[in-house]
Design a protein around this ligand. Sequence first.
Ligand code: ADP
Length: 270
Amino acid sequence: MQIKLVFVMRRNPSTTTVPTAIMLAVLALGGLLYTANASPYGSVQTAGKSTNVAFHSGIPREEKWKSVGHKGVTLWMTGLSGSGKSTISVALEHALVEAQPKSYFVYRLDGDNLRFGLNRDLGFSPADRKENVRRVAEVSRLFAEAGAIVIAGLISPYAADRQYAREVHQNASLPFLEVFIDAPLNTVESRDPKGLYKKAREGKIKGFTGIDAPYEAPEAAEVHCRTDKLSVTQSVNLILEKLDEAGIHLQRKFRPMPEVMPEGACQADK
Ligand code: ADP
């Protein structure tokens, strides 16, 4: 780029004004100095089983966030099967993408959906659940890096695995909010949207969280939605409030969602 500019100056000296020529010369010099000193590569090192790899940098995230209009953030939705992670995630996605004065860049990583592709080689053993969380954490980080509001919804029953997901973001200086989608076992079991609790009680599914596999409830989640007490819209608005507090949008305020369901229509135990 800089070399081309110099070339233009030489070919057409009579048509180049003095201030323009100075500006072009400064640009060309800057470009040459940049090329001489800066390398996009970090040091060559070992990462896990990968030897001799070097990190290659591109445009800083702040520049990408400016074009997106907001910073990236990960909302980590954890809770029992049937607690409402998917339902609230979709409603939140709708609220952010379609119901604001300007659309937000949202990417929903649904634990079940990912098991059809990226995580199809994983089962539900503790080791596989850990690997499941690790992969989703890393993918979330990448999307947040790109400026997305990531809504990652997966049971993620182990506190240590969720802590790992948090650290992946903290180490990359990216905001991370743990969102506890919480409802008592008897509520989620009575909802049983996929009929899984029934199968687990009949012994047809082994290692089912809440029945014969543990769920370690978050102790200090940034957001706590009791879905047996809050409507879907109330949970969405609670999360929007926390997103506001996290300061991820560069200029705007979220517009809260109006309650669409009549009072009492929530199937929650009050
Ligand atoms: P998960 O993704 O956590 O497994 P789902 O969202 O798939 O849970 O299922 C939750 C079920 O509970 C849905 O059928 C949803 O309609 C129902 N439900 C009833 N009341 C609520 C509520 N207040 N919040 C979220 N879901 C609710």
